[in-house]
Design a protein around this ligand. Structure first.
Ligand code: ARG
Length: 579
């Protein structure tokens, strides 16, 4: 990475200039291109600790740093920033290895770091709806980014398949089968949402049925074979609905990544036992709870994490404690990321703290809740249908495809129907995913068809279009991008600017992994596409002044196309050759 290159020279210089041990170089991308490419901010912090004038320390850093081969300009600005401008030769040298070498995924080795990513994790009692979209999309993008960097990625789809709702659903299923004297046809379950609603209505109005539902949960949890078999049938249908959606969304989750709540059932008594042994358990209103000093509710009242109800039943939190143990001990994770709605923030804070206190975290593993906000409609309220129902994911994708098809037909009426449909699918998928991924995940975001399907601005169609424009450059030149052997020579300022952005990709990907923030990659790709547009406007490619310049510009365009394709792929978004 360019940044590492500079840091390796600046860190010893900072030290030699007298900065205290462990002073940070604090290198960042320059805020304005006219200042340079990177700026070092660390002289100011170190000077403060030394009680020396910061500009003087900055001078000393520059006097000690050996930068000549890397940097064409180094200057001190303001209170003690050091602005650095890289030599073109340095950029060219890093740009020129054939892209396959640079961009290829690393492939995880046995010693690779291990990351658990808990994402999607829908509740199987109902059909997946837009509420699960964010976790699925953001989690999948992160999983792809870690995969690409050579981490060992352990996808965990922590689906909800246990608990009282299933008693109700099974009792309902049984009652239908009894009426019918037969196994209920798959068709009954094809619309899970309907099925759930009917069961719930019965539960609410028929006390005998409600009682039966409660008995059924107990039977299920005790392992009654008939109950288990019916439950398994239900879960299979529900999971296959999820899988159909994963397929349409091009999400990398498969059946082998499902590690359901029920899988922790046998581990729950052990969780309670350890908590008791550690002296952490306290009874409150008949329930077993853990109280930690750091958690206080209203009026400073102690806030419990409830782990067992008075009837002996376990809770969501108990399962999550068991999951922490499993992820630590069995999966040997170095990091465990939880892509879950921010409304569960307190739940995870408590679970991680209790797990820590109980000694469940047996190896250096960082447990990180990566929260996200709510998807809102254009009226600023949670996204729903006109009638106020939750929107089914499959309906949402259908609508996106319909809208994208109309848009593509309008943009390019000459396309054959089959190609148009293929492009529309890519545009629709890109639009849905990118609209979500391009915002900081912590915030709520407004779902707007017009914005996400626009060909201008920071949108998927804009990036896909930029990619296809590069491809058409090659087809017009009658060249396959891979066959090009030329290397890049940076001359025009727009060429240099584009090169610099392209070479920052690795740094950005590192930040995406460190902070779990895919929007940083989106912003970066948008910068790439914008820099490409400026380059394309100022630096003719097909009508370049000479063949050497043309070849160099094509090589730069090729690298740009590869970066866009790869960046979009890491976000789970397909590209197309033409649009
Ligand atoms: N099934 C839960 C829900 O729909 C999300 C589970 C998240 N993962 C976890 N380990 N708690 O809210």
């Amino acid at each position: 990475m360019l940044k590492d290159l500079l840091e390796a020279r600046l860190a010893p210089a900072l030290h030699a200039a007298g900065a205290p041990e462990g002073s940070a170089v604090a290198l960042t991308v320059s805020t304005k291109p006219e200042f340079g490419d990177y700026q070092m901010n660390g002289a100011m912090g170190a000077a403060k600790r030394l009680k020396r004038p910061p500009r003087e320390l900055a001078e000393a850093v520059l006097a000690h740093a050996q930068l000549d081969d890397l940097v064409s300009e180094a200057s001190i600005a303001g209170p003690g920033f050091i602005n650095l401008r890289l030599r073109e030769a340095v950029l060219e040298a890093r740009l020129n290895p054939f892209e396959a070498e640079v961009l290829a995924p690393r492939g995880a080795g046995a010693e690779a770091s291990r990351v658990v990513i808990d994402y999607s994790s829908p509740n199987l009692a109902k059909e997946m709806h837009v509420g699960h979209l964010r976790s699925t999309i953001i989690g999948d993008a992160l999983a792809r980014c870690f995969d690409h960097a050579g981490w060992n990625v352990l996808r965990q789809n922590h689906v909800g398949d246990w608990g009282t709702q299933f008693g109700m659903l099974l009792a309902f299923l049984n009652s239908l089968e009894a009426d019918d004297g037969n196994r209920v046809a798959e068709a009954e379950l094809s619309d899970l949402e309907q099925f759930y609603r009917r069961a719930k209505a019965r539960f609410d109005e028929d006390p005998a049925f409600a009682a039966l539902s409660r008995e059924t949960v107990v039977k299920l949890q005790q392992g009654d074979p008939a109950c288990r078999a019916a439950w398994q049938r239900f879960i299979d249908v529900s999971l296959s609905h999820c899988e159909a959606l994963y397929g349409r969304l091009q999400v990398t989750l498969t059946r082998e990544h499902v590690h359901a709540e029920s899988a922790y059932n046998d581990a729950l008594p052990g969780v309670i036992e350890t908590l008791r042994d550690q002296g952490l358990l306290q009874e409150s209103d008949g329930a077993q709870c853990v109280f930690l000093d750091e958690f206080k509710g209203k009026d400073d009242a102690p806030l419990p994490l409830i782990v067992q109800k008075s009837d002996g039943g376990y809770l969501y939190a108990t399962t999550d404690l068991a999951a922490v143990r499993y992820r630590c001990d069995s999966l040997e994770a170095d990091r465990a990321l939880y892509l879950v709605d921010k409304r569960q923030g307190l739940h995870f804070k408590q679970v991680f703290a209790v797990a820590q206190a109980a000694g469940f975290i047996t190896r250096p593993c960082s447990f990180e809740h990566m929260p996200f906000g709510t998807m809102l409609g254009e009226d600023g309220r949670p996204f729903r249908t006109r009638a106020g129902d939750v929107i089914k994911l499959s309906d949402l994708i259908d609508e996106a495809e319909r809208r994208a098809e109309a848009l593509v037909a309008e943009k390019n009426p000459a396309l054959a129907a089959a190609e148009r449909t293929e492009i529309a699918k890519a545009v629709a998928l890109g639009a849905i995913k990118y609209a979500d991924l391009s915002k900081h995940r912590n915030n709520d975001y407004v779902f707007s068809w017009d914005t996400m399907l626009s060909f201008d601005g920071n949108t998927a169609p804009y990036l896909q279009y930029a990619y296809s424009r590069i491809q058409s450059l090659f087809s017009k030149a009658g060249l396959a991008p891979e066959s090009l052997k030329a290397s890049v020579k940076l001359e025009a300022p727009q060429e240099r600017a584009l090169a610099l952005v392209l070479l920052r990709t690795e740094e950005v990907l590192q930040q995406v992994r460190d902070q779990g923030l895919p929007h940083l990659l989106c912003t970066h790709l948008y910068e790439v596409a914008t820099a490409f547009t400026a380059f394309y406007e100022h630096c003719p490619v097909l009508s370049a002044p000479d063949s050497g310049t043309q070849a160099s510009r094509l090589a730069l365009a090729r690298r740009c196309g590869a970066t866009l394709r790869q960046g979009l792929e890491l976000l789970g978004i397909p590209v197309v050759q033409r649009m």
